[in-house]
Ligand binder design. Structure first.
Ligand code: DAK
Length: 258
């Protein structure tokens, strides 16, 4: 399917989505988010794909929602259609793992998009920020919610209230990113990690993603119970049997996603 604002292609078992509005530093216009949701849905439905990667350009992962598009809107212009609600939810509701490969700016909605992914791999050039306060608004797609969970209240307050940017090193130390990678290796290393994930059993991949995400929604006791029940459910999978048999027989497992 041809897209205007993104490029979607497959690398082995990995669906790679590249945000492609370079003149606007990948500012997230509504149509781009629609296309991103459509591409993720297509990869979700594709049985040959086990994980996805979202990336931008060397200069910008995404410099935020499209300020030019938003500048003249009224409250009712955004409230009535629930602006940026449903199409952003499609990203959050993805069941296969999604890695954000971030180089350059990830600001405002760009930082929030990266945080909506399951993990962030950052180039050493990455800069994260929630500068909405400078525009007279606040983060609206998770900045005030996911950021404190990722980096703690103090740093989240600092970033959202002063609008300062955080570099890749600080972001890794603070727990926002999983890995910092030399910029020229970012895509290669991220695709390799995504391919490793996609090589495992798909239902187990999805169970792990679901269980970790529950850690943000549930008290510890409920989360541990949920994890145990899903662990027990994994014993219904042919892939569980295959994985353990392969270990005992000292061979590579051949998972069938069943
Ligand atoms: N929107 C539109 N255009 C943008 C843009 C943006 N966010 N960011 C950059 N551009 C455009 C610039 O206008 C410029 O266009 P031309 O002048 O060439 O036509 C071009 O990209 C290059 O930008 P600069 O000339 O500014 O480049 P510099 O290297 O000098 O500076 C910069 C790079 C990233 C520091 C700077 O461009 C900048 O500060 N950009 C704005 C960053 C920002 O404030 N981002 C937050 C936007 S508000 C929600 C979902 C999402 C959101 C809210 C709710 N829901 C689900 C409810 C999100 C809100 C936001 O993100």
């Amino acid at each position: 399917m041809p897209y205007q604002f993104i490029i979607a292609d497959k690398h082995g078992k990995v669906g790679l989505i590249t945000l492609n509005r370079p003149q606007q530093l990948n500012a997230l216009c509504d149509a781009l988010i629609d296309e991103l949701g459509a591409a993720l849905a297509a990869f979700e439905a594709d049985e040959t794909v086990g994980s996805m990667v979202i990336t931008g350009s060397p200069k910008a992962f995404a410099a935020g929602a499209d300020i030019t598009a938003m500048k003249d809107w009224s409250y009712m212009d955004v409230y009535q259609p629930d602006y940026l609600g449903p199409n952003w939810a499609r990203i959050r509701n993805c069941r296969k793992p999604v890695i954000a490969a971030v180089a350059g700016y990830a600001l405002g909605g760009g930082c929030e998009l990266a945080m909506s992914c399951d993990m962030i791999f950052a180039a050493d050039t990455a800069k994260f920020g929630q500068p909405e306060i400078k525009l007279g608004v606040l983060p609206g797609a998770g900045g005030t919610q996911r950021l404190p969970r990722a980096i703690g209240k103090a740093k989240a307050m600092d970033m959202c209230l002063t609008a300062r940017m955080m570099d890749a090193k600080e972001a890794e130390q603070a727990g926002l990113v999983a890995r910092v990678i030399a910029a020229d290796q970012l895509i290669e290393e991220t695709l390799a990690a995504a391919e490793t994930i996609a090589g495992y059993s798909l239902p187990v991949i999805m169970m792990i993603k679901e269980a970790i995400n529950r850690a943000y929604e549930m008290p510890l006791g409920e989360g541990l119970l949920y994890e145990r029940r899903v662990f027990q459910a994994a014993f219904a999978l042919a892939d569980r049997k295959e994985g353990m048999a392969a270990f005992v027989e000292k061979r590579q497992p051949a998972f069938k996603n069943r």
